[in-house]
Design a binder for this molecule. Structure first.
Ligand code: B12
Ligand code: SF4
Length: 501
């Protein structure tokens, strides 16, 4: 946390909070959303303090809130345990400072604004991109103006829930995109991988594609904003002067081949290595020219959203790619030293066991074509706000009914749309992870920093995972069921990032 410079303490203060994520990994990602909002608030002459509670202790936050004159406290929240944490903190702040409005923004409040704002510890929800809304809200609260005039809000007025029109998105990324990187201590976000000091960056927002399971469609409506190397030169200087040696690009969609080239050339000119850890598509990022550019600019690996080896499932989820294109990406890449992590998803509503086995076969085929490949796989979870979520509900799945419920949302052992049970798909996912663990360590920052209990479990279960994969026997995964019980126990006794390992 730091008080942004150059303002007198007479100016009102906005406090922005990034609650703990409670993930199974101990890599931290800069809270880019809050850093961007902070920069815009500062432009408008407000003081801002950011507390990332994945890094900092909450005592300091609570102390600042008790002692300062505060316009509002803003929480950034996505679906899952962050909600639980944000509710717990909101309750404490409401008790200590009932005069301070509690504002929630981020993916979950944007997707479910009414359900969020109806909670007693939430006063205002900010929908969508928050830069302009955060500033206009600060002005309205400071001037004691009605909130109806502030676009992008949902708030309570008595028993009524008021929804203002959507806020304008940022129009000119190159002019408007800025991050108040001096508002936080950068060092905790730098981590070592294969001897290099790495940091995760985002270089764009949104995505022009239409996959039916993805939040981007709902949040950005196929709008895609990428900023130029000039913005990175201007904004990312504090990272570059921090001894960082490698940038890990974590965009939803990394952009056209021409853009990737410009990005790579800028990174190389800074004397850095890089990798694309998310956001490639086999229909866009597949040409020889693409891989050559990556090699020439010091990029070590890329990550593709491949999702399924079944064309039927790819069509069902509107991925707009073909199995042949997935294969081609591995073939064309073969002469180059570029690794690729293929990201798969299993257990979607409508996916049969035969579809899932098609994914298993395709993974093996890609490995034969190009050994510089790794594979990560997720069990599909019905995250709200998209078409596939609606399909899951229509197939009989009951989503949580309140905000507390969404705060404990994680995978369930049985979804009604898996006719013969969910464990089959989960078993494929686990077997894949355990088999791939060593490769993923090289091509996924998050696997490299998996917490110790999970690393030990992956070693113990390796022989069984290999047998399951070879024989295609994924039913009755007793070892994974037992591991889940242990995982549940560990997450209760080791709840925070600090006390793990
Ligand atoms: C980096 C990242 C992570 C990092 C951690 C994030 C961090 N900073 O430490 C890691 C890898 C750990 C992670 C984990 C997970 N993630 Co994640 N992650 C992201 C990612 C790629 C970037 C986040 C980001 O910085 N965005 C950029 C900023 C600009 O956007 P933003 O944060 O949303 O902020 C803007 C607005 O939302 C708004 N806003 C936000 N907060 C506030 C607050 C106030 C007061 C106001 C006014 C406005 C406002 O204004 C901001 C600026 O415009 C996003 C996708 C994306 N591109 O956004 C997914 C995303 C947030 N993750 C998502 C998910 C689902 C997960 C996982 C659950 C995945 C999984 N299956 O395990 C886990 C969570 C684990 C857990 N225990 O819950 C989903 C969330 C969907 C949802 N319904 O909430 C997203 C959207 C991606 C997706 N594929 O759908 N994630
Ligand atoms: S390509 Fe990726 S980011 Fe874009 S809509 Fe599909 S899943 Fe989402």
């Amino acid at each position: 946390m730091c008080v942004l410079n150059g303002m007198t303490s007479a100016r009102p203060l906005v406090v922005l909070v990034y609650p703990p994520i409670h993930d199974n990994v101990d890599i931290k990602v800069l809270p880019f959303g809050l850093l961007s909002i902070a920069s815009h608030l500062r432009e408008a002459n407000y003081r801002v303090e950011i507390f990332d509670l994945n890094i900092q202790k909450e005592d300091l936050l609570l102390q600042r809130i008790r002692e300062e004159s505060i316009l509002y406290v803003g929480f950034s929240v996505f679906t899952g345990p962050m909600i639980k944490e944000a509710l717990r903190l909101s309750q404490i702040i409401r008790r200590d400072r009932p005069d301070v409005p509690l504002v929630w923004g981020g993916p979950h409040p944007t997707i479910m604004p009414e359900l969020t704002v109806r909670h007693q510890y939430v006063d205002i929800v900010c929908r969508g991109e928050g830069e302009q809304t955060a500033v206009r809200l600060a002005r309205a609260l400071e001037d004691k103006q009605p909130l109806d005039q502030v676009p992008g809000l949902v708030f309570n007025r008595g028993d009524e829930v008021v929804r203002t029109p959507p806020a304008e998105p940022l129009r000119n990324a190159d002019e408007e995109m800025s991050f108040a990187l001096d508002a936080i201590d950068i060092e905790p976000y730098v981590f070592a991988r294969e001897g290099k000091r790495c940091i995760i960056v985002l270089t764009s927002r949104g995505c022009p594609f239409r996959c039916s399971f993805c939040w981007n469609l709902m949040f950005f409506g196929r709008r895609y904003t990428a900023w130029s190397p000039a913005v990175m030169q201007r904004e990312f200087q504090p990272l570059l002067t921090h001894g960082v040696q490698k940038l890990l690009v974590f965009d939803s969609f990394v952009g056209s081949v021409a853009r990737v080239k410009a990005l790579g050339e800028w990174i190389k000119a800074q004397g850095l290595e890089w990798a694309i850890e998310d956001g490639c598509r086999v229909d866009v990022h597949h040409s020889e020219g693409f891989f050559r550019t990556l090699e020439n600019t010091g990029c070590t690996h890329v990550a593709y959203g491949a999702e399924s080896g079944s064309q039927r499932v790819l069509d069902l989820i509107k991925k707009d790619i073909t199995v042949d294109q997935i294969v081609k990406s591995a073939e064309t890449r073969h002469p180059y030293s570029i690794g690729a992590r293929y990201q798969w998803m299993t257990g979607v509503p409508g996916e049969s066991r035969e579809d899932a086995l098609a994914t298993v076969r395709l993974i093996d085929r890609i490995d034969e074509i190009n050994p510089l490949s790794a594979h990560s796989m997720e069990l599909y979870l019905p995250y709200p706000g998209n078409e596939l979520f609606e399909a899951a509900c229509a197939a009989g799945w009951h989503p949580p009914e309140d905000l507390e419920g969404w705060g404990t949302f994680r995978w369930e052992r049985r979804y009604p749309y898996h006719e013969k049970g969910t464990w089959y798909f989960k078993s494929i996912q686990y077997s894949n992870f355990i088999r791939q663990y060593r490769l993923l360590v090289k091509m996924s920052s998050f696997t490299a920093r998996l917490r110790l209990p999970f690393r030990i479990a992956s070693h113990i279960l390796l022989p069984l995972a290999k047998i399951r994969w070879k024989l295609r026997r994924f039913g009755y995964p007793l070892e994974y069921m037992a591991a889940e019980v242990v995982r549940g126990f560990l997450s209760k006794v080791l709840p925070t990032a600090e006390n793990q390992e």
